[in-house]
Design a protein around this ligand. Structure first.
Ligand code: FAD
Length: 390
């Protein structure tokens, strides 16, 4: 019998694993982390590298280890990082390379690959006081406790108009987080990036350096400039305390929506875009796509303002669907185990993030308890801290 099974080996799942192991709540023998990717954090590494994000948006104290200054100590020990370039600006945003090295170092130190099982969970059921976790491989794991730490990054959001285009002309349009995204260098210029948030911005900066003058960023709203994707007060009790006292879960959902600076970018990235526009490496247009016409090696997009733009490849930086992650296998589990959910479909959990006795959630699934930061690294730390204090 295992002690813990964590479903999902992304930032959320690995942070929970790291906290459980560091706090000696379990050992690698008694822990399994299930994820269909070959290695832990593969989704995170793929998404962040496809847009060549140089630095994280979050500060250096947000990482997967228990001690807040672990990343800073790691950088000093390794000697290969530079305080000015690897810790950006006044929030000391870590470089992606250093952040990932720190994750790899910690996972090796804790022997996390030993607990990692590359498969998908397809069902969880309660049996005689313990949990049976059914894997796609046919294996069934028996465990005392389960943490569901799956994220929303498997459910890409495609605007309606783009779905037919993708189906009929698959090489003319991609979501930037497509698992089989070809090399950008192999795509047909000019490029149209759909989106005005941080992903679109990183992608625009990358493409403008690869294909200067051949990139247009098409966005629906003026830039929303915020340092973080929600007010940092959400990290502490000032905002979270009143939030968890709200009894009505629809109100909690509304509070989360209002608190998130959706599609926002930090000021330094806004400045970089302005520079690229001034030097004619990038064009920025405002408008919403209404229709399209396909020509040989080109697609013409018709906008609501009467204008049109022509591109060789369209790249969607339109984020993820916001609905319940893992719906196809979780909905039957919700029915079978009688798990409480709010109107938005998301779990109602107690203050220990328990959905049912010994069944915990973190990340997106925990957001009605953790609040708007739940999906971020800071939210992973909050959830991991709570779960590992059991
Ligand atoms: C480009 C980008 C940059 C970001 N930058 C930051 C940042 O700087 N700071 C910050 O705080 N946040 C950032 N975020 C937000 C957030 O921290 C990341 O999205 C993070 O990866 C979320 O972690 P996760 O574990 O929820 O999701 P994921 O990394 O997607 O991991 C979830 C895992 O669950 C697995 N899974 C799904 N279903 C099953 C199943 N049935 N069985 C087993 N496994 C399953 C998936 O395969 C996946 O590997 C960023 C997000 C993106 C996309």
């Amino acid at each position: 019998m295992l002690k813990w099974v964590i479903v999902g080996g992304g930032i959320q799942g690995i942070t929970v694993a790291s906290f459980l192991l560091k706090k000696k709540k379990t050992s690698t023998n008694q822990l399994r982390i299930i994820d269909p990717n070959p290695n832990p954090l593969d989704n995170w590494k793929r998404c962040t590298s496809s847009i060549s994000m140089p630095h994280l948006r979050s500060p250096s104290v947000h990482h997967i280890d228990t001690e807040p200054f672990s990343l800073q100590s790691f950088s000093k020990k390794e000697h290969k990082y530079h305080p000015n370039t690897d810790f950006y600006g006044r929030y000391k945003r870590p470089s992606l390379e250093m952040f990932n090295d720190h994750c790899d170092h910690l996972m090796e130190e804790l022997d996390i690959p030993q607990s990692y099982v590359a498969s998908k969970v397809k069902n969880i059921e309660k049996k005689d006081g313990y949990w049976r976790v059914h894997l796609q491989s046919g294996e069934v794991l028996e465990t005392e406790k389960v943490v569901i730490a799956i994220g929303i990054s498997d459910q890409l959001h495609l605007p309606d108009w783009s779905k037919d285009l993708k189906q009929d002309h698959p090489n003319s349009l991609y979501h930037v987080f497509d698992k089989d995204l070809p090399l950008l260098e192999s795509m047909i210029a000019p490029f149209i990036i759909i989106g005005g948030g941080i992903t679109a911005t990183h992608l625009a900066i990358k493409l403008a350096s690869l294909f200067p003058g051949e990139v247009t960023m098409l966005k629906r709203h003026p830039f929303r400039v915020h340092d973080f994707d929600s007010n940092p007060e959400w990290l502490g009790p000032k905002r979270r305390q009143p939030f968890v006292q709200i009894k009505d879960y629809e109100k909690r959902r509304k509070t989360i929506r209002a608190a998130r600076h959706k599609g926002s970018i930090p000021s330094e990235l806004r400045n970089r875009l302005s520079h690229l526009v001034r030097t004619e490496k990038l064009k920025i247009e405002d408008g919403t796509v209404k229709d399209y016409k396909v020509q040989p090696n080109k697609v013409e997009l018709f906008l609501d303002n009467g204008e049109s733009i022509i591109g060789g490849t369209i790249l969607l930086a339109t984020g993820f669907e916001q609905g319940l992650p893992g719906r196809e296998w979780l909905e039957p589990v919700i029915k079978q185990e009688n798990l409480p959910c709010a109107k938005c479909g998301y779990p109602i959990v107690n203050n220990m993030l328990e959905w049912a006795p010994n069944l915990f959630v973190s990340g997106a699934l925990a957001e009605l308890e953790v609040g708007p930061i739940a999906r971020n690294i800071s939210g992973a730390r909050v959830a991991a801290n709570i779960i590992s204090s059991i």
